[in-house]
Design a protein around this ligand. Structure first.
Ligand code: CP3
Length: 354
């Protein structure tokens, strides 16, 4: 795929950063590292600025978003920033009645289960998310050479929140719709693909240097069902942003059996959780794509020497890869020590220095 950004659209220092080089499978000065959910979570400076401001409201205040996005870059010296937001923000922006409940996650007032429900999901325009454009403008000025990652929820994971009405372990309403009314399901995923693609375009045009599509819960599906019922919608999202030439990252949890298909959907970089070692993941994904991952987040609760040993195992498994971006196998946990994360960044950057 074409991932060379047309010259002049992005500052050269950003284009030449270790993170974007690794995504493009070019030689790097060191293995770049960032963490999913690095913004927010355990940082005391995050808890301080968020005090008294509900999660969704904080996502709509450009200066606050910029500050929270910058906090982990300043503190940990990670190789990339991830835009502070949530996967349900574009749905809220088109008028879906939903909230993010602390300790629970996204909750949807009127779950989408019929064709009439689906008709309420309208297209997203840049004006709906003006605060994203504004915050990204502030950020690209502040970040200098550090790339900014934009993101969105993938159609399946968004559908799982919309159809269940909230977080779910078994995805029973979602699967019941997917298996029981394949046409309505396909139409729902196609609508979500258009909304997601429009949202990613806004972010890229505002300065995002890479985008990540989070299909966090798609590991609940067998490969044949993924191929038939999910891949077409995710592929539509990736195709819609291909011409921008920014790297497209695709991530899910428990996706060991889906890694090849997730690459096929159109990713330049495939995110891997901690259950599959990176050398094996590379065989499953095949040539022509970089990998991102994959330290078990819970390892961060062990003593430093163990964290470093496990991080080294990840680096060793990635030694033969064309492109590797170090990350956790899933997001930062709220109880994690910020200092342990800072030490891990330094370990990865110094140990991998060529
Ligand atoms: O990565 C980052 O640092 C950027 C910020 C970010 C958030 N959510 C902020 C957030 C990102 C990338 C997300 C993505 C997201 N949101 C995903 C995909 C990533 C993944 O972890 O698999 C999913 C599934 C969601 C839905 C969601 N939103 C959940 C499950 C939760 C956690 C509920 C909880 O409190 O345990 C949220 C809320 C949320 N999103 C918080 C943050 C910082 C916590 C809210 C708070 O601090 O009040």
């Amino acid at each position: 795929s074409v991932i060379d950004r047309p010259k002049g659209q992005q500052p050269t220092a950003t284009y030449d950063s270790a993170f974007l080089k690794a995504c493009r499978r070019e030689p790097v000065p060191h293995t770049p590292v960032w963490f999913m959910r690095q913004a927010g979570r355990s940082l005391p400076e995050y808890l301080k600025v968020r005090e008294g401001i509900p999660m969704l409201e904080s996502c709509m205040r450009p200066e606050l978003v910029a500050e929270i996005t910058l906090q982990p870059v300043r503190r940990h010296k990670v190789d990339a920033a991830i835009y502070f937001s949530d996967i349900v923000v574009p749905l809220k922006a088109i008028g879906v009645d939903l909230d993010i409940k602390p300790g629970v996650g996204p909750v949807v007032a009127n779950p989408i289960r019929t064709r009439a429900d689906l008709d309420q999901l309208r297209d997203l325009t840049p004006d709906d998310v003006w605060y994203v454009t504004e915050a990204m403008g502030l950020l690209t000025r502040e970040l200098g050479a550090t790339p900014l990652i934009g993101f969105a929820g993938a159609p399946f994971t968004l559908a799982s929140y919309l159809v269940e009405g909230g977080p779910s372990r078994n995805h029973e309403h979602t699967k019941s719709l997917m298996y029981g009314d394949p046409q309505l399901w396909a139409d729902l995923l196609d609508r979500l693909a258009d909304i997601t693609a429009a949202f990613l375009k806004v972010q890229i045009e505002a300065g995002a240097s890479a985008v990540q599509l989070f299909d966090s819960w798609v590991g609940a599906l067998a490969p044949a069902d993924y191929r038939r019922s999910v891949l077409p919608a995710s592929a539509k999202v990736f195709r819609a942003v291909e011409s921008y030439g920014v790297p497209r990252i695709h991530f899910g949890v428990g996706t060991g059996e889906l890694l090849g298909l997730m690459g096929e959907a159109g990713a330049d970089v495939v995110g891997v959780d901690w259950r599959v070692p990176l050398d094996e993941a590379a065989r499953r994904v095949g040539p022509g794509r970089a990998l991102q991952g994959n330290l078990d987040p819970a390892v961060l609760f062990a003593p430093t020497s163990v964290v470093e040993q496990k991080a080294q195992e990840v680096l060793d498994a990635a030694a033969g890869l064309e492109g590797h971006v170090f990350n956790l196998g899933h997001g930062v946990l709220p109880s994690m020590s910020p200092d342990a994360l800072t030490r891990l960044v330094e370990y990865v950057q110094t140990r991998s220095a060529r």
